[in-house]
Design a protein around this ligand. Structure first.
Ligand code: MN
Length: 141
């Protein structure tokens, strides 16, 4: 049990800093089920986003399920309004849909991510969510 940034207590360990080429801001990733435990077909992890922490834009070859366990954040598909994420939100992300997820500017956000793997990969990473794109989502927050 480790405290996250706003002093709540997570169910799972915080994990390690996420690679800076895939994330903006402070993000931690804890693998809960590794691909090799599941015949290389899927993986489960917890991602903890500090305020303003977020993924790059990306797609998933089969899709991804997010289960939000703490805080407040955003899920946005390219060209659509962002959807608010709070504790208990479930998101079923369709295959090949470009999107990002992360914390809001004023709160952390923690989610469990369940990701299928195809041809050895669960994600195709794209460009960062710019500060301008992120500010637009948070401006009416
Ligand atoms: Mn995703």
């Amino acid at each position: 049990m480790e405290a996250t940034n706003n002093q709540t207590v997570s169910i799972f360990p915080l994990g390690n800093p996420g690679p800076t080429e895939w994330f903006s801001g402070e993000v931690h990733v804890q693998t809960l089920v590794a691909p090799e435990q599941m015949e290389g077909l899927y993986t489960v992890g917890q991602v903890t986003f500090s305020p303003c922490g977020r993924t790059n834009w990306h797609t998933h070859p089969i899709g991804q399920v997010l289960l939000v366990t703490e805080g407040k954040g955003w899920y946005q598909e390219r060209g659509k309004p962002a959807q608010v994420l709070t504790q208990g939100t479930t998101v079923a992300i369709p295959k090949d849909v470009e999107h990002w997820h992360g914390a809001s500017a004023d709160s952390n956000m923690v989610h469990i991510a369940i990701s299928n793997i195809t041809d050895g990969s669960s994600v195709t990473w794209m460009t960062p969510v710019t500060d301008e794109e992120y500010a637009e989502v948070n401006k009416n927050n």
